[in-house]
Design a protein around this ligand. Structure first.
Ligand code: ATP
Ligand code: LTN
Length: 225
Protein backbone atom coordinates (compact mmCIF):
# COMPACT_ATOMS: atom_id res chain seq x y z
CA UNK A 1 0.00 0.00 0.00
CA UNK A 2 1.33 3.43 -0.93
CA UNK A 3 1.20 5.35 2.32
CA UNK A 4 2.77 8.58 1.08
CA UNK A 5 0.79 11.71 1.90
CA UNK A 6 -2.58 10.12 1.45
CA UNK A 7 -5.48 10.61 3.83
CA UNK A 8 -6.71 7.57 5.77
CA UNK A 9 -10.15 6.04 5.21
CA UNK A 10 -11.60 3.49 7.67
CA UNK A 11 -14.93 1.68 7.57
CA UNK A 12 -16.52 -1.55 8.75
CA UNK A 13 -19.61 -3.72 8.69
CA UNK A 14 -20.81 -6.21 11.32
CA UNK A 15 -20.95 -9.90 10.33
CA UNK A 16 -24.52 -10.19 11.63
CA UNK A 17 -26.15 -11.81 8.60
CA UNK A 18 -26.68 -11.40 4.91
CA UNK A 19 -25.65 -8.01 3.58
CA UNK A 20 -28.64 -5.89 2.56
CA UNK A 21 -29.20 -3.36 -0.18
CA UNK A 22 -28.89 -0.74 2.60
CA UNK A 23 -25.41 -1.94 3.62
CA UNK A 24 -24.38 -2.04 -0.04
CA UNK A 25 -25.72 1.31 -1.22
CA UNK A 26 -25.06 3.13 2.05
CA UNK A 27 -21.55 1.81 2.62
CA UNK A 28 -19.73 -0.98 0.74
CA UNK A 29 -20.47 0.25 -2.81
CA UNK A 30 -18.64 3.49 -2.00
CA UNK A 31 -15.49 1.84 -0.73
CA UNK A 32 -13.78 0.59 -3.90
CA UNK A 33 -13.70 4.00 -5.66
CA UNK A 34 -11.77 5.49 -2.70
CA UNK A 35 -8.87 3.04 -2.91
CA UNK A 36 -6.62 4.95 -5.30
CA UNK A 37 -6.93 8.34 -3.67
CA UNK A 38 -6.74 7.25 0.00
CA UNK A 39 -5.03 4.76 2.29
CA UNK A 40 -8.07 2.61 2.99
CA UNK A 41 -8.66 0.15 5.82
CA UNK A 42 -11.79 -1.99 5.58
CA UNK A 43 -12.65 -4.07 8.62
CA UNK A 44 -15.12 -6.83 9.51
CA UNK A 45 -16.22 -5.63 12.95
CA UNK A 46 -16.94 -8.96 14.64
CA UNK A 47 -16.48 -7.58 18.19
CA UNK A 48 -19.37 -5.21 17.56
CA UNK A 49 -21.61 -8.07 16.46
CA UNK A 50 -21.36 -9.93 19.80
CA UNK A 51 -23.29 -7.14 21.54
CA UNK A 52 -26.21 -9.25 20.29
CA UNK A 53 -26.07 -12.96 21.11
CA UNK A 54 -24.46 -14.97 18.29
CA UNK A 55 -24.05 -18.66 17.47
CA UNK A 56 -20.21 -19.05 17.36
CA UNK A 57 -20.05 -21.28 14.26
CA UNK A 58 -22.41 -18.96 12.37
CA UNK A 59 -20.43 -15.91 13.44
CA UNK A 60 -17.19 -17.48 12.17
CA UNK A 61 -18.83 -18.27 8.82
CA UNK A 62 -20.47 -14.84 8.50
CA UNK A 63 -17.12 -13.18 9.26
CA UNK A 64 -15.25 -15.01 6.51
CA UNK A 65 -18.19 -14.62 4.08
CA UNK A 66 -18.09 -10.88 4.69
CA UNK A 67 -14.35 -10.73 3.93
CA UNK A 68 -15.12 -12.50 0.62
CA UNK A 69 -17.99 -10.13 -0.06
CA UNK A 70 -15.77 -7.06 0.44
CA UNK A 71 -13.45 -8.47 -2.22
CA UNK A 72 -16.41 -9.28 -4.51
CA UNK A 73 -17.55 -5.65 -4.13
CA UNK A 74 -14.20 -4.38 -5.40
CA UNK A 75 -12.07 -4.02 -2.26
CA UNK A 76 -8.62 -4.96 -3.54
CA UNK A 77 -6.27 -6.43 -0.88
CA UNK A 78 -3.32 -5.14 -2.94
CA UNK A 79 -4.56 -1.59 -2.56
CA UNK A 80 -6.33 -1.59 0.81
CA UNK A 81 -5.90 -3.22 4.20
CA UNK A 82 -8.67 -5.74 4.72
CA UNK A 83 -8.90 -7.29 8.20
CA UNK A 84 -10.96 -8.74 11.03
CA UNK A 85 -11.38 -6.52 14.10
CA UNK A 86 -10.87 -9.25 16.75
CA UNK A 87 -7.48 -10.14 15.22
CA UNK A 88 -6.14 -6.75 16.32
CA UNK A 89 -6.32 -6.51 20.15
CA UNK A 90 -5.53 -2.79 20.12
CA UNK A 91 -9.18 -2.03 19.16
CA UNK A 92 -10.41 -3.34 22.53
CA UNK A 93 -7.44 -1.80 24.38
CA UNK A 94 -8.05 1.71 23.07
CA UNK A 95 -11.80 1.28 23.70
CA UNK A 96 -11.01 0.89 27.40
CA UNK A 97 -9.01 4.12 27.47
CA UNK A 98 -11.77 5.96 25.59
CA UNK A 99 -14.33 4.52 28.01
CA UNK A 100 -12.66 6.51 30.77
CA UNK A 101 -13.47 9.79 28.97
CA UNK A 102 -16.98 8.76 27.78
CA UNK A 103 -19.99 9.88 29.79
CA UNK A 104 -22.85 7.53 30.61
CA UNK A 105 -25.28 10.29 29.63
CA UNK A 106 -23.92 10.64 26.10
CA UNK A 107 -23.97 6.86 25.49
CA UNK A 108 -27.42 6.53 26.99
CA UNK A 109 -28.92 8.95 24.45
CA UNK A 110 -27.63 7.20 21.33
CA UNK A 111 -30.50 6.33 19.00
CA UNK A 112 -29.07 2.93 18.06
CA UNK A 113 -28.60 2.04 21.76
CA UNK A 114 -32.21 2.92 22.50
CA UNK A 115 -33.49 0.91 19.51
CA UNK A 116 -31.30 -2.14 20.23
CA UNK A 117 -32.19 -2.05 23.93
CA UNK A 118 -35.85 -2.20 22.98
CA UNK A 119 -35.25 -5.10 20.58
CA UNK A 120 -32.97 -7.04 22.94
CA UNK A 121 -34.57 -6.30 26.32
CA UNK A 122 -33.63 -9.84 27.44
CA UNK A 123 -29.92 -9.14 26.82
CA UNK A 124 -29.39 -5.53 27.83
CA UNK A 125 -25.60 -5.80 28.18
CA UNK A 126 -22.90 -3.13 28.68
CA UNK A 127 -21.51 -3.90 25.21
CA UNK A 128 -24.69 -2.47 23.64
CA UNK A 129 -24.08 0.79 25.45
CA UNK A 130 -20.32 0.77 24.82
CA UNK A 131 -20.75 -0.02 21.13
CA UNK A 132 -20.06 3.56 19.91
CA UNK A 133 -16.89 3.79 22.05
CA UNK A 134 -15.48 0.67 20.37
CA UNK A 135 -16.41 2.23 17.01
CA UNK A 136 -14.56 5.41 18.00
CA UNK A 137 -11.59 3.25 18.92
CA UNK A 138 -11.63 1.54 15.46
CA UNK A 139 -11.52 4.95 13.83
CA UNK A 140 -9.07 6.79 16.09
CA UNK A 141 -6.60 3.89 16.26
CA UNK A 142 -5.51 4.51 12.66
CA UNK A 143 -5.57 8.34 12.70
CA UNK A 144 -8.48 8.13 10.27
CA UNK A 145 -9.41 11.23 8.28
CA UNK A 146 -12.57 9.98 6.56
CA UNK A 147 -15.24 7.43 7.48
CA UNK A 148 -17.65 6.39 4.70
CA UNK A 149 -20.91 5.22 6.34
CA UNK A 150 -24.70 5.38 5.99
CA UNK A 151 -26.78 8.11 7.67
CA UNK A 152 -27.61 5.94 10.69
CA UNK A 153 -23.96 6.16 11.82
CA UNK A 154 -23.67 9.97 11.88
CA UNK A 155 -24.44 10.16 15.61
CA UNK A 156 -21.72 7.57 16.36
CA UNK A 157 -19.26 9.51 14.25
CA UNK A 158 -20.02 12.67 16.18
CA UNK A 159 -19.10 10.80 19.36
CA UNK A 160 -15.80 9.66 17.78
CA UNK A 161 -15.03 13.30 16.97
CA UNK A 162 -15.99 14.45 20.48
CA UNK A 163 -13.81 11.77 22.11
CA UNK A 164 -10.83 12.65 19.90
CA UNK A 165 -11.15 16.33 20.81
CA UNK A 166 -11.74 15.58 24.49
CA UNK A 167 -8.66 13.34 24.70
CA UNK A 168 -6.50 15.85 22.77
CA UNK A 169 -7.58 18.71 25.06
CA UNK A 170 -7.30 16.76 28.28
CA UNK A 171 -3.93 15.05 27.66
CA UNK A 172 -1.99 16.03 24.53
CA UNK A 173 -2.65 16.33 20.80
CA UNK A 174 -2.88 12.63 19.95
CA UNK A 175 -5.76 11.82 17.60
CA UNK A 176 -6.82 13.07 14.20
CA UNK A 177 -10.43 14.30 14.41
CA UNK A 178 -12.23 12.25 11.74
CA UNK A 179 -14.90 13.39 9.27
CA UNK A 180 -17.87 11.35 8.10
CA UNK A 181 -18.35 10.68 4.40
CA UNK A 182 -22.06 10.19 3.81
CA UNK A 183 -23.08 9.99 0.16
CA UNK A 184 -26.20 11.79 -1.05
CA UNK A 185 -27.90 8.78 -2.55
CA UNK A 186 -28.43 5.43 -0.84
CA UNK A 187 -27.41 6.56 2.64
CA UNK A 188 -30.77 5.73 4.23
CA UNK A 189 -32.52 2.75 2.66
CA UNK A 190 -35.81 1.92 4.40
CA UNK A 191 -37.34 -1.41 5.43
CA UNK A 192 -39.82 -2.82 2.88
CA UNK A 193 -42.27 -3.49 5.73
CA UNK A 194 -41.98 -0.19 7.60
CA UNK A 195 -41.06 2.94 5.64
CA UNK A 196 -40.03 4.71 8.84
CA UNK A 197 -37.51 2.03 9.88
CA UNK A 198 -34.12 1.45 8.25
CA UNK A 199 -33.47 -1.74 6.33
CA UNK A 200 -31.38 -3.83 8.72
CA UNK A 201 -29.63 -7.14 8.05
CA UNK A 202 -30.56 -8.53 11.46
CA UNK A 203 -34.27 -7.95 10.81
CA UNK A 204 -35.93 -11.34 11.47
CA UNK A 205 -38.56 -10.57 8.80
CA UNK A 206 -36.94 -11.58 5.50
CA UNK A 207 -39.66 -9.74 3.59
CA UNK A 208 -38.46 -6.43 5.05
CA UNK A 209 -35.01 -6.67 3.45
CA UNK A 210 -33.37 -7.20 0.08
CA UNK A 211 -30.09 -9.08 0.45
CA UNK A 212 -27.29 -9.24 -2.10
CA UNK A 213 -28.00 -12.98 -2.33
CA UNK A 214 -31.71 -12.73 -3.24
CA UNK A 215 -32.64 -14.02 -6.69
CA UNK A 216 -34.42 -11.66 -9.14
CA UNK A 217 -37.67 -13.56 -8.47
CA UNK A 218 -37.32 -13.11 -4.70
CA UNK A 219 -36.62 -9.41 -5.16
CA UNK A 220 -39.71 -8.97 -7.38
CA UNK A 221 -41.86 -10.88 -4.89
CA UNK A 222 -40.65 -8.80 -1.93
CA UNK A 223 -41.26 -5.50 -3.72
CA UNK A 224 -44.78 -6.59 -4.81
CA UNK A 225 -45.75 -7.45 -1.22
P1 ATP B 1 -27.57 -4.89 12.18
O1 ATP B 1 -28.96 -5.17 11.64
O2 ATP B 1 -26.85 -6.10 12.62
O3 ATP B 1 -27.57 -3.80 13.21
P2 ATP B 1 -27.06 -3.22 9.89
O4 ATP B 1 -27.75 -3.82 8.70
O5 ATP B 1 -27.71 -2.05 10.52
O6 ATP B 1 -26.73 -4.35 10.96
P3 ATP B 1 -24.27 -2.45 10.09
O7 ATP B 1 -23.29 -3.57 10.04
O8 ATP B 1 -24.60 -1.89 11.43
O9 ATP B 1 -25.62 -2.87 9.36
O10 ATP B 1 -23.79 -1.27 9.14
C1 ATP B 1 -22.84 -1.38 8.11
C2 ATP B 1 -22.88 -0.16 7.23
O11 ATP B 1 -24.10 -0.16 6.47
C3 ATP B 1 -22.84 1.18 7.96
O12 ATP B 1 -22.04 2.09 7.23
C4 ATP B 1 -24.28 1.65 7.95
O13 ATP B 1 -24.40 3.05 8.01
C5 ATP B 1 -24.73 1.11 6.62
N1 ATP B 1 -26.18 0.87 6.62
C6 ATP B 1 -26.83 -0.01 7.40
N2 ATP B 1 -28.16 0.01 7.12
C7 ATP B 1 -28.34 0.94 6.15
C8 ATP B 1 -29.48 1.43 5.44
N3 ATP B 1 -30.68 0.95 5.69
N4 ATP B 1 -29.31 2.38 4.50
C9 ATP B 1 -28.06 2.87 4.24
N5 ATP B 1 -26.93 2.45 4.87
C10 ATP B 1 -27.06 1.50 5.82
N1 LTN C 1 -21.18 0.83 13.90
C1 LTN C 1 -21.03 0.63 12.48
C2 LTN C 1 -20.02 -0.45 12.16
C3 LTN C 1 -18.69 0.05 12.52
C4 LTN C 1 -17.95 1.06 11.86
C5 LTN C 1 -16.75 1.19 12.59
C6 LTN C 1 -18.20 1.84 10.73
C7 LTN C 1 -17.95 -0.36 13.58
N2 LTN C 1 -16.77 0.31 13.61
C8 LTN C 1 -15.80 2.14 12.22
C9 LTN C 1 -17.22 2.79 10.39
C10 LTN C 1 -16.06 2.92 11.11
C11 LTN C 1 -22.34 0.28 11.91
O1 LTN C 1 -22.48 0.42 10.78
N3 LTN C 1 -23.26 -0.16 12.68
Amino acid sequence: MDTQNKKVVFSGVQPTGKITLGNYLGAIKNWAPLQDEYNCLYCVVDLHSITVQQVPAELRKNTMDLVALYIACGVDPNKSILFIQSHVPQHAELAWTLDTISYIGELNRMTQFKEKSRKHADNLNMGLMNYPVLMASDILLFQTDLVPVGKDQIQHLELARDLAERFNNRYSPTFVVPEGLVFKSGSSIKSLQDPLAKMSKSDPNENAIITLFDTPDEIRRKFKR
